[in-house]
Design a protein around this ligand. Sequence first.
Ligand code: BES
Ligand code: MN
Ligand code: ZN
Length: 493
Amino acid sequence: MTITLSQTPPATIACNALLVAVMPKGRGVEIAGHGLSPAQAKKVTDALSALGATGKSGEITKLGGVAGFRAPVIVAVGLGEHKAEFDLEAIRRANGNAIRALSGSKKVAILAAPEPALLEAIATGARLAAYAFTKFKSKAAPNSTPPATIILIVPGPISAAQKRIVEEINIVADAVDLTRDLVNTPPNALPPIALAAAAKKAVAGLPVTVTTWDVRALKRDGCGGILGVGQGSANPPRLVKMVYAPRGAKAHLAIVGKGITFDTGGISIKPASKMDEMKGDMAGAASVISAVQAIAALGLKVKVTGWVPTAENMPSGTAQRPGDVITMYNGMTVEVLNTDAEGRLVLGDALAMAAKDKPTLIIDVATLTGAQRIALGTRTAGVMSNDDDARAQVCAAAEAGGEAMWPMPLPEDLLATLDSATADIANIGDGFGGMLSAGVFLNQFIPDGQPWVHLDIAGPAFNDKTPYGYTPKGGTGAAVRTFVQVAKRLAAG
Ligand code: BES
Ligand code: MN
Ligand code: ZN
């Protein structure tokens, strides 16, 4: 699906539904944005007021057959009381709600605001809401198909800046949708080898080189974490490296994503309830693959190396045991006290390898701990770092990208909870501050002086409840937009 710009007058545009934004005014509503004559606006606001529309944030009112409009349906999206500064995320969500309410309409036109920030918010919310995962349905469900075309009507001549905004949104939203698709793909259809293939496919035709480590190469290079987690599965593990190195790059960003294609817990097996959701334990990897795609497609002047350590965590006769000691890429030995704390093992190898290049910044992203959801809820990611400045910058980038992320500490005292009697370190702590002790564990694989940020997206990566705003059920595409924002900031120097 793509979103396009048009100057066609809103009254005459051919579409199945026309979307307008409204705000409270007096006992009724007023139309936000431009492009309607006073008489046309009055026709719409009168009809809305008669229906009791208030314009409050999140309100959706549908009008049928308004005289003088070619669109058979007009949908009013409430934006709430006009404030000095618009809450852009609220606008994204309101437009997302409206597009979801229009499932089954093929072609939707939106009366958009011309200002870049508002246009971005309207377009992003609408575009990200137009998503459905139907690959494994043998027949299409009626009225659940999102619009195939969304047209943004802007008043006046279309500027180069407006064109660029819409172009960028299509690129970034395609990347977000790719992450959603990969997360939603059933685990039998996406073993590690298939995820590695998906990484290659994602950047086909873009200036990105992809290298894949098979089991032999992983053994040769001493990736004991990836091998240990993967050894219980009939589907062998892989490590994928994706490099985008444009001429004139201002910095080097390394991004590392947890790619557990299914997490049963291994011998420390998980309970059956909701175990199916562990098909999404590769959401970090998916967001890395998608971010490399988007950053390369945008042509941002920053070198990006994407790392995808991927394995399937299964219990079997060949699986690793609680008590096993493995040797990681950086030479550290780890006592695997709980085989369900597997993400940190695959990430440890990949982080140590990523650090060898001495990038400007390393960011890893992972559905790492249930403790993240306990601490921050299911919609806000935890941001941890060895560098206060880097952490603040990533949080600011997330905010700009419309993603909820919040700073969390890496308390030094938690390192002692990871003490092992047998090896250099154990892979679990004492159970308190589980999100933080996982972060402290990962920090052991980052050399001194190397700026590094860790994103725990265990909650935000997967929406197991009903859709909201522009977020669908299932895979959400978390972290992709944050990565794009970080890359933009690094490219700006
Ligand atoms: N993939 C899980 C974390 C997770 C849980 C993500 C729920 C999304 C939803 C991770 O591998 C895991 O199992 N973590 C354990 C760690 C524990 C054994 C120290 C956890 O959080 O229980
Ligand atoms: Mn696990
Ligand atoms: Zn896991």
